[in-house]
Design a protein around this ligand. Structure first.
Ligand code: GLN
Length: 200
């Protein structure tokens, strides 16, 4: 049975647990280094405040171990602040885990419209329109080699994938729609068919 670790240092981690639960995927919270000693098949980095999550990742000595797991093929899904944590480049700031070949702009929608929602059909993910909830969201300013763009909204990239890494600048876990969590579970299923990729 598949098991997903949800980084639970700060932010919207409980909602991810609920989304996974509703599609029958088992999960647990990662709060300290010993939590990642157990075997697991995928990782979620939730929304919240990327500067706080980044600081805690370093303080708790979780940044390097998680980074090397991801580099070794551990499937990871980052939403909003989680996307920022995974980005190789963060405009004007230091990066954190930095494994995904994207440049992100934090709080890109500005103060005027810091939260909004929309819908989009994201063909790779679901045949039905997916609700998109943005909260002080980043967008992906540019995507480099190996990055597949899954969704663009008003000319800005808001969902992308690079091999085992999936990111959205919106929050699927704050909606009842489970298309993205199912898509992530499929990434995990397909990667576990080739376990050699993940052997450290
Ligand atoms: N504004 C936050 C940041 O820059 C992200 C917001 C969110 O995760 N909802 O880290």
């Amino acid at each position: 049975m598949m098991k997903v670790g949800i980084l639970a240092l700060q932010g919207a981690f409980a909602e991810h647990k609920q989304s996974l639960c509703s599609i029958g995927v088992d999960s647990f919270e990662i709060r300290q280094k010993k939590d990642i000693e157990q075997p697991f098949d995928g990782l979620i980095i939730p929304g919240g405040e990327s500067t706080v999550i980044g600081k805690l990742l370093r303080k708790l000595d979780l940044l390097e171990p998680l980074k090397s797991m991801i580099e070794n093929g551990m499937p990871v899904f980052g939403t909003c602040a989680g996307l920022i944590i995974l980005a190789k480049n963060v405009e004007g700031e230091e990066s954190h885990i930095g494994t995904m070949n994207i440049t992100v702009k934090r709080n890109a929608y500005g103060k005027q419209i810091d939260s909004f929602s929309d819908t989009a059909v994201i063909e790779k993910v679901s045949p039905n329109p997916v609700p998109l909830v943005f909260i002080r969201a980043p967008w992906i300013e540019s995507a480099g080699d190996g990055v597949e763009i899954l969704c663009e909204l008003n000319g800005h990239i808001v969902a992308a994938r690079q091999e085992n890494m999936l990111v959205t600048s919106f929050h699927p876990e704050l909606t009842k729609d489970t298309a993205f969590h199912k898509y992530f579970a499929d990434i995990i299923k397909n990667s576990s068919e080739t376990p050699a990729v993940r052997a450290v």
